[in-house]
Design a protein around this ligand. Structure first.
Ligand code: SF4
Length: 400
């Protein structure tokens, strides 16, 4: 079978690389992981257009076949080469010999009273991840996972409690959208219009697989989502954030949650490695001077980060960052140490930001009856993070 070019491994510092090490996702099997293969057949679900065109050329075929195949896979949800009727029979047989189109196994499909749904998917290695579908008004947002678990250990996050296993492959990332598309089409339900990388994991610690997935989401021959309709959310992995701007132009969200380093060090331990002002400066650089704004995510924790003084401090640190703020009422999970701020406190916090000229909305809590609300995704997997590797920032001092 022709060889695909390997997407360049994102090079981050040693502490964060622990994440990859724990995932067993380095070395010789990068190609198969990158493409989501578990057999010797290439899983085309995880291959973006540029790579697919090269692959067809290496097969001795015309590169435009890539566009035809992408449309069949991503726009029509086809997983059988025989159904690709604009390809000749010989090519269809050839593709079936060397490639496959394999999605994820749906384990559970939970419906919330508010219309949102949480899907638990099983991967080929038995790990399980979650995605959430949130229809609202004229849009339907799919919140997807980028890793099996997360190593960043944010103290208010349910995923963090589960630990970390490995990065998702491109096929597994796109597979969540693909499975959602097939399910919703079969039911005649509203198709996904927006994708947010806000499920399990830190997407910027998996850039190698996230970037080709984003390319597919934005490709007119695949999902054709505009840059406004794809949002990557990060806790602030600084080198990767800078690199993201060179590789893509999707919308950016920052999980901020605190207006100063002392508190953010406790809530988001990554802050000990990449402090708030540097991360905010990188966000400002990412969106530039145009009309784009960074979405600032701020989970409202009773008595922790929700005072008037903290609202004013937040307004000050955001002064030079084109941004809008999403206040997220905390969604408790078993053994969580925090409580949700009262509705009155959240309103007051929002009003202070408004008066400072910052567009601020309070995010409606969706799907909390099915544990699908923000910060509640947990999946089902074995934690492969060794204590000393759990994020690493721990080594920079301070207790959480
Ligand atoms: S909040 Fe996001 S970055 Fe932090 S531990 Fe949870 S999934 Fe990871």
């Amino acid at each position: 079978m022709a060889k695909l070019p390997i997407f360049r491994e994102f090079d981050t510092d040693a502490g964060l690389a622990a994440c990859r090490g724990a995932a067993g996702n380095d070395g010789g099997d990068e190609r198969s992981l990158c493409m989501g293969n578990t057999s010797d057949k290439l899983n085309l679900l995880g291959v973006d257009r540029a790579s697919l065109e090269r692959w067809f050329e290496e097969l001795g075929e015309k590169p435009f076949r890539a566009r035809q195949v992408l449309k069949w896979i991503h726009q029509r949800g086809v997983d059988d080469f025989d159904a690709m009727t604009d390809l000749g029979k010989a090519l269809r047989e050839k593709l079936a010999r060397v490639a496959t189109i394999r999605g994820l196994n749906l384990v559970t499909d939970r419906h919330s009273d508010d219309g949102s749904r949480k899907w638990l998917f099983e991967l080929a290695d038995g790990n399980r991840i979650e995605s959430v579908y949130i229809p609202e008004g004229g849009r339907a947002t799919l919140c997807i996972s980028s890793q099996v678990g997360c190593a960043l250990n944010c103290s208010f996050c349910s995923t963090a409690r589960q630990g970390f296993n490995r990065n998702l492959t491109t096929a597994e990332i796109v597979g969540q959208l693909w499975e959602a598309g097939r399910l919703l089409a079969a039911e005649g339900a509203r198709a996904v219009s927006n994708v947010v990388f806000m499920g399990m994991g830190e997407p910027l610690l998996n850039l190698d697989h996230v970037i080709p997935a984003v390319h597919l989401m934005q490709d007119d021959f695949a999902w054709a989502l505009s840059k406004r309709r794809v949002t990557i959310s990060t806790a602030g992995v600084l080198p990767a954030l800078r690199r993201l701007g060179e590789l893509t132009d999707v919308s950016l969200a920052l999980s901020l949650h605190a207006p100063d380093d002392a508190l953010r060090d406790r809530l988001v331990p990554l802050n000990r490695r990449y402090p708030l002002r540097e991360v905010l400066a990188a966000c400002r650089d990412y969106v530039g001077e145009g009309r784009r704004r960074v979405t600032i995510e701020y989970v409202m924790l009773d008595g922790v980060n929700d005072s008037d003084a903290q609202a004013r401090a937040l307004a000050r640190v955001l002064e030079k960052v084109p941004s809008k703020v999403n206040l997220i009422p905390f969604n408790p999970f078993p053994d969580s140490r925090y409580r949700r701020s009262s509705a009155a406190r959240i309103d007051r916090f929002r009003d202070i930001l408004h008066r400072a000229g910052i567009v601020t909305i309070t995010r409606k809590t969706r799907g909390d009856d099915i544990d699908a609300a923000c910060g509640q995704l947990a999946g089902d997997f074995e934690d492969r993070t060794r204590r000393r590797e759990r994020l690493a920032v721990a080594a920079t001092g301070g207790s959480n």
